[in-house]
Ligand binder design. Sequence first.
Ligand code: 13P
Length: 355
Amino acid sequence: MALDTHREELAATATALARPGSGLLAADESTGTIGKRFAAIGVENSEEHRRAYRTLLATAPGLGEWISGVILYEETLFQDAADGGSILDLFKAQGLVPGIKVDQGLEPLAGGLPGETWCTGLKGLQERAARYYARGARFAKWRAVLRITADDCPSELAVRENAWGLARYARTVQEEGLVPIVEPEILMDGDHDIETTAAVQEWVLRLVYEALAINGVFLEGSLLKPSMTLPGAECLQRPTPEQAAEFTLRTLQRCVPAAVPAILFLSGGLSEEEASVYLNAIHQAVGVAPWHLGFSYGRALQQSCLKHWAGHDVVSGQQALLARARANGQSARGVYVAGSEPSDGKSLFEANYSY
Ligand code: 13P
């Protein structure tokens, strides 16, 4: 089996990504999503601007101290940097392992409840994975999305379909030497309480790991990217960081096999500072964990960077990025002092978020 020839490399890649005190920079916004980010700072969504912005990320001095890997969008994986060479090589020169988003977005789930989706991208995936590996990518990401609503979402159909899709994807990319990031995101939309999220997330994770087992996914060469266990954004009872940490750890300890090297949280609409403070609280609560607990943040690493850059100020954008990278690197060791790094206070929550 092709997977057998890759086991050692997959485990080594996953371990490199799970480096203590580090996490991932999710810079794999699709062209449409980065367009929304650029619109907010008055920058036109052209290939030149995307190149300039992602070159800024790749050349932020010292980024590799806190960031072990970067998730790229296909365009960036094959794109030249602003002054020649490839953006990929700039990230690699900083010691970051490059990865690639391989899902092709969400579609309405026939037979599901209103608003439910399934994640597309399996057709031709193995060939694409081989091409991405040849270019230098060493891991992949697939984002499946579930929502919690008062009218019974997620349905069993949605949970099973999304778990199965994640498992088919994970097995397929492992055959080509890419470590799969398994991302079953539970959206923060809604007013449900934290106990409800915990119950749904346990159900989802149990079915995800069952599907991974049926598909023979090599867990030591895989990573989990979950949301933290939090109440819906409109729930009036807000948890303290300590309560959020307690629920998140309980959920993960009940469901995630110890063979998985790392759990890298998504930020999911938390503000930059919240994302750091919550991860820090998880570390302070955990004692000894079987997995590395880190981050794979998109919005919570890039929000102030984008604002400071505003299409022209590279140095200021890089300083903002490095500040949040440092904060999260410290959180990933449980030593972050809240407020000790600058951040954008804005809530990054967007209803019905698509990536
Ligand atoms: P956020 O941290 O902005 O939620 O995004 C991370 C990500 O990669 C979602 O797939």
